[in-house]
Design a protein around this ligand. Structure first.
Ligand code: GLN
Length: 574
């Protein structure tokens, strides 16, 4: 069988969930036994989103091979349980970079280098690249942005050409649109969809299937209208209603027969129905929790949900694994003070201090660590969160008041967190952090070992600074242990306080590998510890309400800080 290609574009509005629709279709095809991957083509000029502030583009998702990518790749991995790579995310910047470098090498000598054919050829080459590996039966390509945007035109043109070049049965195009409901008229409106499809058609692309995002059921009349005016078969109009969870969308798409339509187009027959046994087990637990916990997510990008996407999703997975609803309360670290820390964190059953870059909000993170450590509240620090756990310990337990990371004070006399040696000569900002999967060896007698149940683990990274091993003997003597290290370099990957009921800080990003079917073990253990804490501290039930109110206020106040941030930006994510 030839490799089959699905192209997914979007129209009418952004944020309709092309990534989730692509991932849901992929899941259904995979659950029928096909080998599927998804790639995203983004129309911006950055080479990758690694240099973007989370306020601009949400979380930066890191792959095993160390690519800094769009957060949709996180959805692809969570739905499929299969690793993506550098090749799965391509930007306009990368395309132009390749073409311009080639031009300088003389590859086009004598020719005028143009968007058509040189840029579109390079887009097409990359769209087909994963298909050439022989590892996949189906490649789904999501085109970022909205049809009609000036910057996505070369991508649409590349799809047009491929639709023409590939055998018809090897290529399907899907267009995702919005069918808005006008409550005054009590009517669903198809005109925006018609216009969006017309725009595609003007560019020579005729969609085979139209997926309509809608808040109300599409009537047969509406489906017929969309089909007639968009020139698709009546059965090819798919309804995508708002779902209670993104993980329900594959089931909705199955009910609408999206996978069957695609297989029919490909002429693939006799595949079994999708086997979603494990997926359904997860959904069943997700929708029928037996208890709940309140967990504080202390960060500085909290007003933007997408900034901590993988962490929030990891809590969904870990919550389901514990049959527990995790209420995540976003606490803005910039506005956490000694005066309000009790009010904001007092009702919480667990405290997670988030990753991040730069000085803003740092002291609030230190304060949150101190609160968790002193009050025996389960603590989980990720990357910068782990670094601030070390800073807090050095200051408050060792009495080293000036302890800080050299990220914020290069001249500090107590650099407990310091720039990694190989980073010292780095001046280029893009793609130069310690990125991707590295091994970590766990101490046998540790919380981490009990959680993972094995000695060698591998997790993904994205950082420039590290625990300064000069301080390790002192820190360990005072009761904070380094229980996970990189076996080659000795870099501290995990710190714990064994005298605390649950205190763990990790230099890596465990949230990047959590999936519904394989929830990340530290998240699972952290939720469990938080459930235990809640049981042992029933008063926390009442406090939770205060926490919830806080979270809402933190969202608004943070928006102002975000604006100031961009100006401050000494590093990618200040
Ligand atoms: N800013 C810190 C570093 O570069 C932490 C990074 C992170 O939290 N991802 O080491």
């Amino acid at each position: 069988m030839n490799t089959k290609y699905v192209f997914v574009s979007g129209g009418v509005a952004s944020s309709l969930g092309k990534g989730i629709i692509s991932a849901s279709l992929a899941k259904l095809l995979q659950a029928r036994g096909l080998r599927v991957t998804i790639q995203k083509f983004d129309p911006y000029i950055n080479i990758d989103p690694g240099t973007l502030n989370p306020y601009e583009h949400g979380e930066c998702y890191v792959t095993e091979d160390g690519a800094e990518t769009d957060l949709d790749l996180g959805h692809y991995e969570r739905f499929l349980g299969v690793h993506t790579s550098k090749a799965n995310n391509v930007t306009t910047g990368r395309i132009y970079n390749t073409v311009i470098n080639r031009e300088r090498e003389g590859a086009y000598l004598g020719k005028t280098v143009q968007i058509v054919p040189h840029i579109t050829d390079e887009i097409k080459r990359r769209m087909l690249l994963l298909g050439k590996t022989g590892k996949y039966d189906v490649i789904i390509t999501e085109i970022g942005g909205t049809v009609g945007d000036m910057e996505s035109q070369p991508f649409i043109e590349a799809v047009r050409q491929l639709q023409w070049e590939l055998p018809e049965e090897d290529c399907v195009t899907i267009h995702l649109t919005l069918v808005p409901y006008l409550s005054a008229a009590k009517e669903l409106k198809t005109k925006p969809t018609q216009h969006s499809v017309q725009m595609l058609q003007q560019n020579g692309v005729q969609p085979d299937i139209i997926v309509c995002r809608t808040e109300h059921k599409l009537t047969p009349e509406i489906r017929r209208k969309v089909a007639l005016f968009c020139n698709v078969k009546p059965g090819h109009v798919i309804e995508s209603m708002d779902a209670p969870s993104i993980y329900s969308v594959p089931l909705n798409m199955k009910a609408e027969k999206l996978d069957q339509l695609v297989l029919d187009h490909f002429g693939i027959k006799d595949l079994p129905e999708p086997d979603l046994t494990e997926w359904n087990k997860f959904l069943d637990k997700l929708f029928h929790p037996k208890s709940q916990v309140d967990i504080a997510l202390v960060g500085k990008y909290v007003e933007l949900q997408d900034a901590y996407k993988s962490i929030l999703e990891s809590f969904v997975h870990a919550g389901a694994a514990n049959e527990c609803k995790v209420n995540v309360h976003s606490i803005h670290s910039e506005f956490l003070t000694t005066e309000n820390v009790e009010e904001k964190l007092g009702g919480m059953n667990g405290i997670l201090v988030a990753p991040g870059f730069g000085e803003r909000g740092l002291e609030g993170k230190v304060l949150a660590v101190k609160y968790a450590r002193e009050h025996n509240v389960p603590f989980f620090g990720i990357c910068l969160g782990m670094q601030m756990a070390v800073v807090e310990f050095a200051r408050d337990v060792l009495g080293l008041k000036d302890a800080i990371s050299t990220e914020v004070n290069p001249a500090t006399p107590v650099p407990v967190i310091d720039l990694m040696e190989d980073q010292k000569s780095t001046t280029i900002k893009g793609g130069t952090m310690r990125l991707g999967a590295y091994d970590c060896r766990l101490e046998k007698d540790s919380l981490a070992y009990r959680i993972y149940g094995k000695e060698m683990i591998s997790e993904r990274h994205r950082h420039r600074y590290e625990f300064n091993n000069e301080y390790l003997p002192m820190v360990e003597a005072a009761g904070m242990k380094a229980t996970g290290k990189n076996p080659e370099t000795g870099l501290v990957e995990i710190v714990e306080i064994p005298s605390h009921p649950f205190f763990i800080g990790v230099q890596f990003h465990p949230e990047l590998k959590s999936t519904p079917e394989h929830p990340q073990p530290i998240f699972v253990a952290f939720v469990k510890a938080s459930m235990k804490y809640r049981k042992e501290h029933p008063a926390a039930e009442a406090g939770a309400v205060a926490g919830a109110a806080d979270a809402a206020s933190d969202r608004t106040s943070g928006a102002v800080a975000g604006a100031a941030d961009k100006a401050a930006g000494s590093s990618a994510e200040a």
